[in-house]
Design a protein around this ligand. Structure first.
Ligand SMILES: Nc1ncnc2c1ncn2[C@@H]1O[C@H](COP(=O)(O)OP(=O)(O)OP(=O)(O)O)[C@@H](O)[C@H]1O
Length: 324
């Protein structure tokens, strides 16, 4: 994948994942990934965010050497892909499009089979490795059950366990919470946090903005095959103006006062009026005093931090349509 002859500069060598001009055009002419320049810092929990069809899975498949890019390339853990695949892939755990499990085998026996398929895994220590992986994902108690009796969340955790049989520097998880109920999602998020706390870099794709905000330190946003923005989650949303919401029995008058003070995109919903704060927003105490002076009875007054969703809308001018 790095085979276009360009030498990797120090940043590409230091990053957990770095791509340059990574592009995939499918045979039908579909440009699925378009000139991707992605840098995933080591030690980060990196959210790869985008609506369905925006090119996330295609990118991950190229990163792992499963499909060839049309042009451009990338580095995994500082090694050029796919040239160094044999050397680098044992240091990377991956879970793509749901784990391939044998439903008629127990959770433990599934892991034994995965471990046995790894030529570098010492058979003498297999039992200990499998038990440690089961323990790690909280499946020790259910290890003797057949995988077909597992809930979706348990299957997903078993898939993660298979990626964790060996110590990994990088975990690549494609939509790890897809199809899970809220409890299952919380479990996976908790696990991702624990793995990150141990120093593993985690790269996970998702079409859920709030999930990325909850668990990731960094994020990249994809839209129609192109990278819209990447960086630390806190910085991405900090660049977007916040909103102010006023709760009052006098919404019309409140709206007028807020507009006079430069707030835009005002919305009124029952007794709540909210608007976007301008760059040169007045002190909130001044705004509150102006409302009261105009006879607005203020019951509630609060500023919301801009979310990643606000950032996405601000950057693309589009809503974040999860249905794609
Ligand atoms: N093998 C293929 N042949 C042709 N087109 C493809 C192929 N795989 C993906 N595509 C197209 O490439 C685009 C990006 O798909 P991709 O699966 O990478 O998106 P995604 O962001 O991972 O979405 P999802 O979350 O639905 O998997 C889509 O328009 C898809 O239809």
């Amino acid at each position: 994948m790095a085979g276009d002859g360009r030498a990797a500069g120090p940043p590409a060598r230091q990053a957990a994942i770095a791509t340059h001009g990574l592009t995939k055009r499918f045979r039908g002419g579909q440009l699925a990934v378009d000139g991707l320049e992605l840098t995933v810092p080591r030690g980060s929990v990196f959210g790869f965010l985008g609506p369905n069809g925006s090119g996330k899975t295609t990118t991950i498949r190229m990163l792992l050497g499963l499909i060839e890019p049309t042009s451009g390339g990338g580095y995994l853990l500082g090694e050029p892909m796919p040239r160094a695949a044999r050397r680098v892939l044992p240091r990377v755990g991956a879970l793509i499009e749901g784990p391939a499990l044998y439903p008629f085998l127990t959770g433990r026996d599934n892991l034994v089979r995965f471990d046995a398929a790894d030529p570098t895994a010492d058979p003498r220590t297999r039992g200990a490795r499998v038990d440690a992986a089961l323990e790690r994902v909280g499946l020790a108690a259910a290890a003797g059950k057949k995988a077909r009796a597992y809930s979706l969340g348990m299957k997903q955790r078993l898939g993660l366990a298979s990626a964790l049989l060996q110590p990994r520097e990088l975990l690549v998880l494609d939509e790890p919470t897809n199809g899970l109920d809220p409890q299952g999602m919380r479990e996976i998020r908790g696990l991702v946090r624990e793995l990150a706390a141990d120093g593993t870099t985690v790269f996970l794709s998702s079409h859920l903005l709030d999930e990325i905000e909850q668990v990731c330190t960094h994020a990249a946003v994809m839209s129609r095959g192109r990278l819209i923005v990447q960086g630390a989650v806190a910085e991405l949303s900090a660049g977007v103006r916040g909103r102010l919401t006023v709760t009052t029995p006098d919404p019309a008058e409140a709206g007028r006062v807020l507009k006079e003070h430069g707030l835009s995109v005002l919305t009124a919903d029952g007794d709540e009026v909210s608007g976007e704060l301008p760059d040169d927003a007045p002190d909130l105490a001044v705004l509150n005093a102006a409302l009261v002076a105009a006879g607005v009875r203020v019951r509630g007054f609060g500023r919301q931090r801009a979310s990643l969703e606000d950032a996405f809308v601000a950057l693309t001018g589009e809503g974040f349509d999860v249905a794609g």
